[in-house]
Design a protein around this ligand. Structure first.
Ligand code: BES
Ligand code: ZN
Length: 626
């Protein structure tokens, strides 16, 4: 990214990238006095993905007044921020991307002359607003572009709009200091077409009204990547006292049934690592075009409908997003280079919730599947860029989306599991609870975490056993990676090996007794030698092409592509046209590309692309380019 480097040289004042704000330190607790003091004095990592300079001037509260226009695909309105600045600060800098700024006013300057910097790839532009020592409020009137990358406008009889802000897309729909280290509270008033319901990552309404005007409040400070909005024909169904599901009317009953255990998960999570800090925990089922499985928007997780299987088998995703209410939303990665602090901790916590609610056997099956996925991905990334297998990433000058691999998630998970197994679960749990509570609403970077870990938990002996250096700053998977133990999946592996050699006839497989994890394990490990007839046998015996479990279906469609099992091709096409979840799309399109079916891939993609979110089509455009 030479372009950015040049800009930085040419405009040092305007374009020096922001530092996450230094934190105020509370009176330290006795035991941890020295560690906390040391950490407080450490310089926080610099966020290279924001123009903001929070050490000079930062936002503290947003009042957002906006209207949503489906016919023009534009969000327009006013973002009014309370700000905090050094007396000497002459400007406050926000991030914007493809926003049209109509006017900026300040409490003491009226309409002021703002400046907009040159555009950089991914980062957008700096919006620089002059301030004085008297300025405590700025107000920006603006509109978004129909191409705004955070937004997906789903057309049709029932229009639907949703946002996806993480990592640095919030700036495409709200001018903001778009850095995970900068937190603000917010309130909002949003106008949408009458009869549609609007929801945010905030205190939410439960019912649509004819005027289409809604107000919101988020009283806990959050970083911009957790700003979220959804608008559509959305119904509401309570699950527990503090939990509910929102979904389109056709899915609301199924969703209520599927996520009935949400409340148990919430209770289990609180028992592990302390009180839930956000009031309610609700779940919004989005259209299938949602590019991710889930997104931990505070108070309202956004989720793909592909986790509705009818049998509550894919709920680990909810455990994951719920866990983010602590890891990520409460203690937040300072920069996207520290992404593993969000996701690795969350996978660890997710596993612990799953173990508490469904038992160790289930959580070990999940851990085994994670391990399998991780080893495959590590091999792939080692070939491309071994540095990307470090837990601590180097994303400066790159799209932070590049950091979204199994490394942050599953290498992060196994690292934390190694610590647990080294110090013992009891000690580790006490440590984690204090980590979340003591750092609540603060940022964390990798170096601070290491200092904290060494100071509060590990003995020199533990450190030797674990080898932090290798895990965090080294490539690949260290030898001391914990081993997972799932008897059930070991049995599946031997059944697969026998079956593939023809020793077990297909109808004698225990397919119908298997949980989704066992089916997934079987299908995702089909040997290369699997024949068309074997594929057909599986399909005839168990109707896999018709399965309602999207994880199993995905594994099956991938194998169908790799083994030229043509009877499943129509399902490949309908799946890819209906579903926009990138985790499924990439392997399927890549499978077609790598097995000489690029024409099939392109012809399906042509139909499917208009339904995809930018996060998904940017990846597929690259994959399917000449
Ligand atoms: N926060 C992530 C999604 C994300 C990460 C969006 C980075 C944009 C940039 C979310 O919590 C997540 O990890 N989702 C996973 C599900 C999970 C069960 C691993 C997904 O969508 O696949
Ligand atoms: Zn996550």
């Amino acid at each position: 990214m030479k372009k950015i480097a040049l800009l930085l040289l040419a405009f040092p004042l305007l374009f020096a990238c922001g530092e996450a704000p230094t934190e105020k330190v509370e009176a330290p607790a006795e035991r941890s006095e020295s560690t906390k003091d040391i950490i407080a004095k450490m310089k926080l990592a610099t966020d290279h993905h924001s123009y903001a300079r929070p050490n000079e001037a930062k936002v503290t509260h947003l009042s957002w007044d906006a209207s949503v226009d489906f016919s023009t695909k534009v969000i327009a309105g006013t973002a009014t921020y309370a700000i905090q600045a050094k007396d000497s600060a002459e400007r406050i800098i926000l991030d914007i991307r493809e926003l049209t700024i109509e006017q900026v006013t300040t409490n003491d300057g009226g309409a002021v002359e703002f400046e907009i910097g040159p555009e950089a790839e991914f980062l957008g532009q700096a919006l620089s607003i002059p301030i004085t020592s008297e300025t405590n409020e700025i107000s920006i009137t603006y509109s978004s572009s129909p191409e705004a990358e955070a937004l997906l406008w789903v057309e049709g009889e029932d229009p639907f709009l949703f946002t996806q802000s993480q990592a640095i897309l919030a700036r495409t729909w709200i001018p903001c200091q778009d850095s995970p280290g900068i937190r603000f509270t917010y309130d909002a008033k949003v106008s949408v077409p009458g009869g549609l319901l609007a929801l945010m990552s905030a205190e939410n309404p439960t019912e649509a009204n004819e005027a289409g005007v809604y107000t919101f409040k988020m009283e806990q400070p959050i970083p911009s990547y957790l700003m979220a909005l959804a608008v559509g024909n959305i119904a509401y169904a309570p699950v527990g006292d503090r939990t509910a599901v929102y979904a389109t009317p056709d899915l609301i009953d199924a969703a209520k049934y599927e996520f009935e255990e949400m409340n148990d998960m919430l209770v289990a999570a609180e028992e592990l690592y302390g009180d839930y800090a956000w009031g309610r925990y609700d779940l919004l089922i989005l259209p299938a075009a949602f590019p991710f499985g889930g997104m931990e928007n505070p108070r309202l997780t956004f989720a793909t409908p592909t986790i509705i299987a009818g049998d509550r088998s894919l709920t680990s995703l909810v455990a994951h997003e719920l866990a983010h209410s602590w890891s990520g939303n409460l203690v937040t990665n300072a920069t996207w280079d520290d992404f593993w602090l969000n996701e690795g901790f969350t996978v660890y916590f997710e596993q612990r919730i799953m173990e508490a609610v469904y038992g160790r056997e289930t959580s070990e099956m999940l851990a085994t599947l994670s391990y399998q996925g991780l080893t495959v991905e590590v091999d792939e990334i080692m070939d491309l860029n071994p540095n990307d297998t470090h837990l601590k990433l180097h994303l400066q000058g790159r799209n932070p989306d590049d950091g979204m691999s199994a490394i942050a998630y599953d290498k992060g998970y196994f690292f934390l599991r190694l610590i647990e197994e080294t110090v013992g679960r009891e000690k580790f749990d006490a440590f984690l609870k204090e980590y979340f509570q003591g750092n609540a609403f603060k940022v964390m970077d990798t170096e601070r975490f290491i200092t904290y870990l060494k100071g509060e938990l590990l003995t020199p002996e533990d450190e030797k056993t674990i080898n932090l250096e290798a895990w965090i700053y080294g490539a690949g998977l260290p030898d001391n990676i914990p081993s997972v133990a799932s008897d059930r999946l070991v049995e599946v592996d031997s059944a697969l090996s026998e079956w593939s050699k023809g020793f077990i006839p297909t109808p004698e497989l225990k397919w119908n007794d298997w949980a989704y994890q066992e089916r997934y394990r079987f299908l995702s490990n089909l040997p290369e030698s699997t024949t068309f007839d074997q594929m057909k046998d599986l399909d005839d015996s168990f109707g896999i092409t018709q399965t309602g479990n999207n994880e199993v279906l995905f594994a099956w469609l991938e194998q169908s592509i790799l083994h030229d099992y043509t009877p499943a091709y129509p399902r490949v096409e309908t799946f890819l046209v209906d579903v926009g979840r990138r985790k499924f799309l990439t392997p399927l399109y890549r499978g077609m590309k790598e097995t000489g079916k690029i024409d099939m891939a392109r012809s399906i993609y042509e139909k499917a692309r208009p339904n995809y979110h930018a996060v998904a089509y940017n990846t597929m455009d690259e994959l399917l380019a000449e």
